[in-house]
Design a protein around this ligand. Structure first.
Ligand code: UDP
Ligand code: MG
Length: 335
């Protein structure tokens, strides 16, 4: 987009109990954005139900710098919902979601903007190594990506998180996916657009501790897989088919054995093994149906993704940032 007019960048930062991290984050990020020419900015923090002084800190920061705004949610809705709240409040021509802990290197913002101005709609940060993670975390992440890409027709880039730049059209498309189960990596990939990756090394957290544990990550992985693939549901037909083929041939063997070699009562052990095995297979398949059914149930209630308690300093959404208008304008421009 080589125009000489000033463009507007929105940075969206979900925060949960991050009173210590906010100051550091702004000190680092604001000078970097100010260095980019023809760019004005807003930084939207989404307070995801913090119980510490996060919202007070944000009020103070806003009083000193009106470009910093806040959406405060009524409780903790989770990072994905918080991110959605921030993306919906953003008014920029481009938007960058970031973590507050400086694990998403702010230096990359300049490069993101440069590539966006060269015409890319999505510029995503791609972790070139996972040195700051434990072996267990990077191992399980690797396993997840390969499983996801095998099970889903949608391919997600490994080691790509929420840290990215999206142009207004890409953002509007993203916001049209209204599912409650918000697996952002998948949602971002689903919308497509001309994309490019920028490799980076992810540093350790600046202050505080991670808000995710293995149980949360496991559930996150389940959300991702069930949102973007129905293979786990369909696979049981095949498992059943294979078991049926085995049982028919085994039954025939038993009948022939009985006819030709007399009655031979099979042992307790083999019987027990078969009963337990089939019981387990049935429970697993039932559990997987339950996973999907539960999500269907939640989805069918059509509850809002988040509830806002307070808004500080947000700009009103402009006409052009209403989803349908922009998409129409964009597709007209493309023609
Ligand atoms: N976060 C949030 N709501 C949550 C959990 C996390 O808004 O329920 C925010 C958190 O404050 C941080 C970002 O999401 O800005 C990433 O969290 P964290 O650094 O704990 O995750 P990790 O880097 O370990 O994946
Ligand atoms: Mg982090």
């Amino acid at each position: 987009m080589p125009s000489l007019s000033v463009q507007r960048l929105s940075v969206v930062v979900p925060v949960l109990n991050e009173e210590d991290a906010i100051g550091l984050f702004l000190e680092k990020v604001i000078p970097i954005i100010q260095d980019i020419d023809r760019l004005e900015y807003e930084i939207i923090f989404v307070d995801d139900g913090s119980t510490d002084r996060t919202s007070q800190v944000l009020h103070q920061v806003h009083a000193a710098n009106p470009a910093v705004c806040m959406v405060r949610l009524s409780r903790n809705f989770g990072k994905e919902a918080a991110l959605t709240a921030g993306l919906e409040a953003a008014t920029g021509d481009a938007v960058i979601p970031m973590d507050v802990d400086l694990q998403d290197p702010p230096e990359l913002i300049a490069r993101f903007v440069q590539l966006w101005r060269e015409g890319y709609d999505v510029v995503y940060g791609q972790r070139s190594d996972r040195a700051s993670d434990t072996a267990a975390k990077s191992g399980s992440a690797g396993l997840f990506y390969s499983l996801f890409n095998r099970l889903s027709s949608l391919k997600i880039e490994p080691n790509v998180g929420d840290f990215r730049l999206m142009s207004r059209p890409a953002l509007q498309a993203t916001l049209r996916l209204r599912e409650r189960n918000r697996f952002m990596k998948g949602i971002f990939a689903w919308v497509g657009f001309q994309s490019i990756g920028v490799p980076y090394t992810r540093p350790a957290r600046a202050v505080g501790t991670s808000k995710f544990n293995y149980w949360k990550l496991w559930n996150f992985a389940l959300d991702g897989l069930t949102s973007f693939s129905t293979v786990p549901l369909r696979v049981w037909t095949y498992v059943g088919g294979i078991v049926a083929v085995f049982s028919v041939s085994y039954t025939i063997t038993i009948i022939l054995q009985t006819l030709f070699f007399g009655r031979d009562v099979p042992g307790y052990a083999s019987l027990m093994a078969v009963v337990l095995m089939l019981g387990a297979v049935q429970l697993i398949s039932l559990g997987i149906i339950g996973e999907y059914l539960g999500r269907l149930y939640i989805e069918s209630k059509q509850r809002p993704i988040y509830v806002v308690r307070e808004q500080v300093g947000l700009r009103p959404q402009t006409e052009s940032s209403s989803p349908v208008e922009t998409l129409l304008a964009y597709s007209k421009a493309a023609r």
